[in-house]
Design a binder for this molecule. Structure first.
Ligand code: ARG
Length: 326
C-alpha cells in the first residue's frame, strides 16, 4: 500500500500534539486552556504550579483569580460573603449579602488567599459604589432571585492573579455534573471560618431534589448535594464554577445562596443559577459601566488552533523527523 507522505506527517503531527496535550498532565485541573477550542477572552483561568466550606480543602495561593471577598470598608480581614469577578468593574454576588443598613460602606478584596498573612499574596482592595439587588429578590419570603451585582469604584487590575470567570450561555444544563465552590465560609454548621480559601467539589442535582426539601424553589436555582460536602455560612455570594470541557476554563454557573445547616444529610445547597439571570446581569452592566464586558463562554476557535499548526513549528517538526538544518 502506498502511503501519502503528507498524510503520514499530518498524522504524526496530530499524534504528537495529542501526546503533548496529554503530557501536559491534568490540564483540566491546571486550566491553562488547552481544550479543543479556545476562548476569545481570558476568563476562568486557574493557577496551579504542580487541595472549607465543609469537607473541602485548602486552595493554593491565587489558584482562583476570579474570587472576590466582600468586606466592610476598612475591615479587610473579615470576609463576610464571596463574589465572582465578571467584568473589570463588576462582581457578582448574592442579594442577601447586602448589609441591612444601606449606609454601610463595602469593599472587595481581590487576590486574597490566607487572610491573616500580609506577605504571601499581594491583595487589591477596591471600594463598592453600588450594590444592585434583584428587583424581586425574596418577594415570597423564599430567598428567590438571590442575586446582586456590585459596581466597583475603579478598574480591577487584571493579571495573573486577578481575572474574570467565564460567563455561561443561556439555558446551560449541568445536572449530573460536578461543580466547584470556593469560599472562606464556615468549616461546619456554626463552625469557625478558615484562614485559607477553601474549595470543594459538589454534584449538581435536579431542581426537584431541592424542591423536596425547601419551599418555593424555582428554575432560577441550582441545587447541589454531595454527602458530607457543602458550602456554609460566609460562602454566600461566592462562586459555584464549572469547568467547561470545551474550553477547559471555569464558568460561573452559580451563586451560593442558602441551605439547611451545612452538609446535613438530605439537605442540599441552594444556589442562584447564573444562566437564568443572563439578561438581568447584562442589562445592569450596560446601565452602570456601558463599556464593561463579560467573557462569553461561547468558545470561538482561533487561528492558533487551526490545523496544521504554524509554519515554523511545522518546519521544525518536519526537520526533526526527516532531517535538515534545525
Ligand atoms: N446563607 C449562607 C451565607 O450567608 C450560605 C449558606 C450555604 N449553605 C449551605 N448549606 N449550602 O453565607
Amino acid at each position: 500500500m502506498r502511503v501519502n507522505p503528507m498524510w503520514t506527517l499530518n498524522t504524526m503531527v496530530a499524534v504528537l500534539l495529542q501526546g503533548a496535550a496529554m503530557a501536559d498532565a491534568d490540564t483540566s485541573e491546571r486550566s491553562l486552556g488547552g481544550g479543543q477550542v479556545r476562548n476569545n477572552c481570558n476568563c476562568g483561568r486557574i493557577n496551579k504550579s504542580g487541595g472549607r466550606i465543609v469537607g473541602g480543602s485548602n486552595t493554593l495561593v491565587n489558584e482562583y483569580p476570579l474570587i472576590a471577598g466582600i468586606v466592610n470598608r476598612g475591615m479587610p480581614d473579615f470576609i463576610f460573603c464571596g463574589g465572582t469577578i465578571i467584568t473589570e468593574r463588576h462582581v457578582l454576588t448574592a442579594a442577601h449579602c447586602k448589609p441591612e443598613r444601606s449606609s454601610q460602606l463595602l469593599s472587595v478584596v481581590l487576590a486574597e488567599h490566607k487572610v491573616s498573612s500580609k506577605t504571601e499574596s499581594k491583595t487589591t482592595i477596591i471600594d463598592v459604589t453600588q450594590f444592585i439587588i434583584h428587583e424581586v429578590y425574596n418577594k415570597t419570603g423564599n430567598s428567590e432571585n438571590d442575586i446582586a451585582l456590585l459596581v466597583l469604584a475603579s478598574q480591577i487590575p487584571l493579571g495573573k492573579n486577578i481575572g474574570p470567570a467565564c460567563f455561561p450561555k443561556a439555558n446551560l444544563n449541568i445536572v449530573g455534573q460536578k461543580v466547584r465552590v470556593i469560599g472562606w465560609g464556615a468549616l461546619h454548621t456554626n463552625g469557625p471560618q478558615p484562614d485559607v480559601l477553601q474549595k470543594v467539589d459538589l454534584d449538581v442535582q435536579p431542581t426537584s431534589a431541592c424542591s423536596k426539601v425547601y419551599k418555593g424553589i424555582t428554575e432560577g436555582q441550582l441545587c447541589t448535594y454531595t454527602l458530607r460536602k457543602d458550602s456554609c455560612q460566609g460562602d454566600s455570594g461566592g462562586p459555584v464554577i464549572w469547568r467547561d470541557p470545551g474550553t477547559n476554563r471555569y464558568t460561573v454557573v452559580g451563586i451560593v445562596s442558602y441551605g439547611y445547616g451545612c452538609a446535613e444529610p438530605g439537605a442540599p445547597g441552594v444556589n442562584t443559577k447564573v444562566s437564568a439571570y443572563r439578561d438581568w446581569i447584562l442589562q445592569k452592566i450596560q446601565q452602570t459601566v456601558p463599556g464593561a464586558a463579560i467573557c462569553p463562554t461561547n468558545a470561538i476557535p482561533t487561528e492558533e488552533w487551526k490545523f496544521p499548526p504554524d509554519p515554523i513549528a511545522y518546519y521544525y517538526l518536519h526537520c526533526v523527523l526527516y532531517g535538515g538544518i534545525c
